[in-house]
Ligand binder design. Sequence first.
Ligand code: HEM
Ligand SMILES: *[C@@H]1O[C@H](CO)[C@@H](O)[C@H](O)[C@H]1NC(C)=O
Ligand SMILES: *[C@@H]1O[C@H](CO)[C@@H](O)[C@H](O)[C@H]1NC(C)=O
Ligand SMILES: *[C@@H]1O[C@H](CO)[C@@H](O)[C@H](O)[C@H]1NC(C)=O
Length: 500
Amino acid sequence: MYIFYSFAAPLLLLLALRLKGLPPTPEDIFSNPREAYGAALRQHGPVIAVRRKGNLEYVVGPEFARHVLTCDRDFSFEEGSAAIMNLQPIMALTGGTLFRDLKDFVREGIIARMDEIVDQLYPIYDRDCEVFVDLVAKPEHESSRPDLFNHTRDTLSEATLLLLLGQEYVSKRNMRIVEDVSNGMAQLTGQYQNFSFVGKYLPWLWVLLTWINVIIIKIPFGFVRLLGPRLWVDVSRYEKIARKSKASEQEPRNVLYLIVKTYINSGEQYIGVFRRMYIAMLLLCLIFASVHTTTVVSQWVLFQLATRPEYLNPLREELLKVREEAANGELHLTAASLRAAHLLDSFIREVMRLKGDTISTMRYTTADVPLGGYVIPNGSFVTPMSSTVHENPEIFGDEPTKFDGFRWVELNKDAAMTGSAHIVFGLGRFACPGRVLAVNATVPDEATLNPEIKLIVLSLIGRATPSLLEGRFEVTDPLNTVTQPPKGTLIFTPLDRPLL
Ligand code: HEM
Ligand SMILES: *[C@@H]1O[C@H](CO)[C@@H](O)[C@H](O)[C@H]1NC(C)=O
Ligand SMILES: *[C@@H]1O[C@H](CO)[C@@H](O)[C@H](O)[C@H]1NC(C)=O
Ligand SMILES: *[C@@H]1O[C@H](CO)[C@@H](O)[C@H](O)[C@H]1NC(C)=O
């Protein structure tokens, strides 16, 4: 849910105040945030203070990243996210259970059922990637190429509907609703702000208008109006199934049912109106947290792969090893295949490490906390600067920015996963639960990255070779690599003999 925080990132207009020294210019921050922040940290670090949105925000270097992200007694994930998302009323009303519930439902509803879920999802990815490669190969589409970003987002919206609500909800209309929710969030995260006049010069007005548009108009009139009635009926139906008063019906296997069942099992007689509103909120958060982030990261991976064709052969050899043959002789991918795809896992990890994230996690102090010779006052935002962590020479050697796609295969996975070398998914108790979709989370070696990215990449490179028109891509908004995909045109050349 880091994207909730990063919507604040583009609002960063001025590094106006620091503990000492002169701030870099606003131009630097927009065009070159990694260097601007990095230089300030090198010069004055490891703790600097930056004013944005009227708050003094503390940015720390790699030496304190782990401490800030994991010591949740002093640096609260929940308070930080509630404050930055203006969710304090909801947190207060629900006794602060929101984030814990989100994490628990992802764990029990998705991670624990990973094998089954990959079996459910694979046909969607397989079908969509095949359609996409066919479209791309057709000469009449030379002028208007199908858009990979939109295509990926469609696939992910369908997968998300299936996971959260079940097959009956999969329809073009509902996919649009999911995409609107996810786009609304992208808007809130400031995706388009740096491209608009109001966004650049009147940021407070931009925030106000965007909030009204998304939170007051888009979500209630889109998600709630269009899906609400049907969700209401299904929650009532699930209530009965969970109470076993309808024992004849089979238990549905989706996250919504799990949520309803959890509340019924915890002794609630029935699911009241407020509980239903809370459930809708949980669903919205899960859509926010998963669709856009995963779409963006898979674009980064494919773009990097297109510029580094030397990785294609080893990755395809791995695909040949991990794909499985079904009883009917068809080749497919299972959760076990994805767990065994160590080279791809490493490649994705490396793309994420170097894609240039600046601020992707946020914490909030709950007391006056001493740090690096300063005292950070109670009630302050504190965040590690991601790129200084991801490019830390103490961990990554003399050439920390050198792309080495398979470096994570060699490194001790355990250290890599729980250490402070890779914070793209955050760290500690509140690290993204969507990151490790392991069947047995107690065995770190078996942990695998979000399988959706792997499914997309394998389904595509098993059928076609990506390359870039003009051989390069641009980063349109360097402050926003988290929510903004790279810009360029990917071309796919179909393989003579597809591997899947
Ligand atoms: C590549 C895609 C993704 C990225 C880059 C990403 C990144 C993050 C980050 C940085 C955090 C905050 C961690 C912290 O502050 O320590 C987070 C939290 C979270 N993410 Fe993700 N995420 C991704 C995919 C997903 C998916 C697929 C799901 C759901 C299935 C998900 C659900 C969540 C939830 C529920 C939280 C809040 C954690 C809590 O409540 O404790 N994310 N994510
Ligand atoms: C992608 O989808 C958006 C709507 O979600 C649409 O406005 C845009 O034109 C699409 N782009 C392409 C290239 O099809
Ligand atoms: C920090 O501030 C909050 C809110 O103002 C307050 O409730 C809390 O007691 C403070 N913590 C300490 C340790 O003073
Ligand atoms: C997970 O792995 C550990 C260690 O190998 C094992 O003891 C445990 O039984 C496994 N749990 C499940 C649910 O498979």
